[in-house]
Design a protein around this ligand. Structure first.
Ligand code: PGA
Length: 248
């Protein structure tokens, strides 16, 4: 039986550390769902405060990104080792980071390696653009991304890997994929993982992209989908709690 895991990606929200702390406080009071691993990924500046509030709550804290180098002249960036003690894991390869920082699969692969080396549980995001989706190229894109991001790593080091299938056209648009599409993508991702020697049946796969408490049932019921990476809806404690419960 695979782990089920729901993580809230807060992105550059809420607008202050005080509000991030307040949101974490509300979530901590509701953290009583059995059978689902729950995490939140606050902005880097709020990691310490949120981690303090969530200590002992059962909700894990994730970083939204790590740098691909260990240290050095990289103004504004955070290395994986700096997150040790603050975060349980880290998201890598999110399409917004790829878009805004020019990350390609090679860089994402190095970030994944840094996260793993630092003992952080990695959530690797993959997903196709709208053009690729409309052209029917989702399968090929996912296979290429998985191979490029994962192949250079030792499969044994990836025992804790989580993959998030996030079609770029579904993120923040209110137009989610269907459960069937997410399930097909999960199948593709597992095949690609298995081909590079990873025990793919054990890797939890999340769906991400406009997940709400209203549509989560479709994804919770989808074949091979074990959780969600939730953006907008994770900022509303009530909605997030319902999304978590859907995977219980
Ligand atoms: P969304 O974001 O739920 O707001 O679409 C998901 C994500 O980017 O992880």
């Amino acid at each position: 039986m695979r782990q089920r895991i729901v993580v809230g990606n807060w992105k550059m929200n809420p607008p202050s550390v005080a509000e991030a702390t307040a949101l974490a406080t509300v979530l901590a009071l509701r953290a009583d769902v059995r059978g689902v691993l729950v995490g939140v990924a606050p902005p880097a500046v709020a990691l310490g405060a949120v981690a303090k509030v969530l200590a002992g709550s059962g909700i894990d804290v994730y970083a939204q990104d790590v740098h691909w180098e260990e240290s050095g002249a990289f103004t504004g960036q955070t290395s994986a080792s700096m997150l040790v003690g603050l975060a349980h894991g880290a998201i890598v390869g999110h399409s917004e980071v790829r878009r805004d920082q020019g990350d390609d699969d090679e860089r994402v692969s190095r970030k994944l390696e840094r996260a793993v080396d630092a003992g952080l549980r990695p959530i690797l995001c993959v997903g196709e653009t709208e053009d690729h989706y409309l052209a029917g190229e989702t399968h090929g894109v996912l296979v290429r991304q998985i191979r490029a991001c994962v192949a250079r790593l030792d499969p044994a080091a990836l025992a804790e890997l989580v993959v998030a299938y996030e079609p770029i056209w579904a993120i923040g648009t209110g137009r989610p994929a269907t459960g069937a599409e997410a399930g097909r993508a999960a199948g593709t991702i597992r095949e690609a993982l298995a081909r590079v020697g990873i025990d793919a049946d054990r890797v939890p796969i999340q769906y991400g992209g406009s997940v709400t408490s209203a549509n989560v049932g479709d994804f919770a019921a989808a074949d091979g989908i074990d959780g969600a990476l939730v953006g907008g809806s994770s900022l509303r404690a009530e909605d997030f709690a319902e999304i978590v419960s859907a995977f219980a």
